[in-house]
Design a protein around this ligand. Structure first.
Ligand code: FAD
Length: 416
């Protein structure tokens, strides 16, 4: 089958969904082709903009952007577009009843590993500054809950000088879904709390602790679609401040944000094709004519005026590797990496590794360029982790770069 649209976006991580939405909001007909769900679904759902530069913690990400290398995606799209993309997401989430808020500078979120993680734009229930003003905090988990151990969390948190003198207490709630016959995850409980009997269970179980402790630290279990409402209701009914902690995958809050964005795609009229993989591209005279996908029903050909590729990195499927070489998977663009694969990674586990920054080289319009800076594909833009020149893990800039570059690519394509 052959289909024609204005813009084809590939990948439904945060970069692809943002690009598709912004292009559709400019009045374009947009098709979004995607194989899997992207790493938003396994993340905290908080938007890290920039936590560290050259290994040093950053208080204000925007002030620190000038210290990034010139080819860093933030330097290419510019501070104004980074801010605009954050405002855009804030508005989208606010309208969907899941308010996201930034603080004065980077916020420190509490993780279920008992660490503090810098992030910028986060759902209200993750704002942890309430802990600063109180002495007594209950760290809550649920019986049989995998990966959330209050003892470990407390031990780790007390290593931070600012928290060392706090009086933390462990609180283990009874497991309300015994029939699972396995360890429960925060996602299981969040889905249960979305139901009226689940919300009642949580309220009753937290009530004794709320009488003694002004702040309760919880795994992300405050529902899925109605998390903000549930958080507000519980805080008000129990007269307590509840703070959700960042959990390891499955990322409950990432799934909440993904749902908000998927609903917006539907409302904006984006044609979303899931479980389909782009396997071929047709390029003529420096422009992409069409992409071919394969799904259970066979092959489809997708023509468009322009294309936005947001296929992620090694994890997402956007980058392929073999000993001594790496490439972008849709157009087969070679990535500039040393032939000696040993040089790809730093001997130190937290060192500066080349493989973490490998990706497509682009210009300010996010179009791919060769070593001399000449555009290789004039109707194709790249966004998100597929871009080279940054290391989201050590910088703590993952969703921030994906959002800003997806917004930039979608907005520019929408104006053409
Ligand atoms: C476990 C984990 C937790 C994280 N937590 C956070 C966090 O809390 N905050 C934060 O800011 N950052 C976080 N990050 C980083 C952040 O998730 C990523 O940097 C960012 O989301 C990348 O988004 P993306 O859209 O560019 O790529 P991805 O999310 O990887 O999406 C790529 C998409 O492209 C699709 N795709 C790939 N190839 C094809 C193809 N050929 N055909 C069709 N579709 C294709 C994939 O299926 C997928 O849908 C985390 C990362 C991980 C791994």
């Amino acid at each position: 089958m052959n289909r024609k649209t204005d813009i084809v976006v590939v990948g439904s991580g945060i970069a692809g969904m943002t690009a598709a939405l912004t292009a559709a909001q400019s009045g374009k007909k947009v098709t979004l082709l995607t194989h899997g769900v992207g790493s938003l679904a396994i993340s905290s759902g908080s938007i890290d903009v920039l936590g560290y530069v050259n290994g040093k913690a950053v208080a204000d990400p925007f002030a620190a952007m000038a210290d990034l290398p010139e080819n860093h995606p933030y330097r290419l799209v510019g501070e104004a577009d980074v801010r605009a993309s954050l405002d855009w997401l804030k508005e989208l989430c606010g309208k969907a009843g899941m308010a996201m808020q930034a603080g004065e500078g980077n916020q420190q979120l509490v993780t279920v590993m008992g660490t503090l993680k810098p992030s910028w734009l986060t759902p209200l229930s993750f704002h942890a500054e309430a802990i600063e003003d109180v002495l007594r905090v209950a760290v809550v988990s649920v019986e049989d809950m995998k990966d959330v151990h209050p003892g470990l969390i407390i031990d780790q948190l007390q290593r931070y000088p600012a928290l060392a003198k706090k009086e933390f207490v462990k609180a283990i709630l009874p497991n309300p879904i015994q029939q699972a016959h396995r360890n429960v995850t925060p996602l299981d409980i969040a889905r249960f709390v979305e139901r009226p009997e689940g919300l009642q269970w949580l309220k009753d179980s937290l009530a004794p602790y709320a009488k003694l402790y002004p702040v309760l630290l919880l795994p992300p279990i405050l529902g899925m679609k109605h998390s903000q409402k549930i958080w507000e209701q519980l805080c008000s009914a129990l007269n307590v401040k509840i703070v959700e902690m960042v959990s390891i995958p499955p990322g409950v809050a990432g799934l909440r944000l993904r749902e908000v964005m998927k609903k917006a795609l539907n409302e904006a009229g984006v044609y979303l094709v899931e479980n389909t993989e782009v396997v071929r591209s047709e390029v003529e005279q420096g422009a992409c004519k069409a992409l071919t996908t394969v799904a259970t029903g066979g092959e489809n050909r997708w023509e468009a005026d322009s294309f936005i590729i947001a296929t992620g990195g090694l994890l997402g499927g956007g980058i392929g590797t073999a000993p001594g070489k790496a490439w972008e998977t849709i157009f087969g663009l070679p990535l500039d990496m040393p032939e000696n694969t040993e040089e790809w990674s730093s001997p130190s586990i937290f060192g500066d590794s080349l493989f973490a920054r490998m990706g497509v080289k682009v210009n300010e319009a996010l179009k791919p360029v060769d070593a001399e800076g000449s555009v290789i594909l004039n109707n194709v833009r790249f966004a998100g982790r597929i871009l080279g020149g940054y290391d989201f893990a050590t910088e703590k800039s993952g969703h921030g770069v994906a959002l800003a570059t997806g917004w930039h690519a979608g907005t520019l394509a929408g104006k053409e």
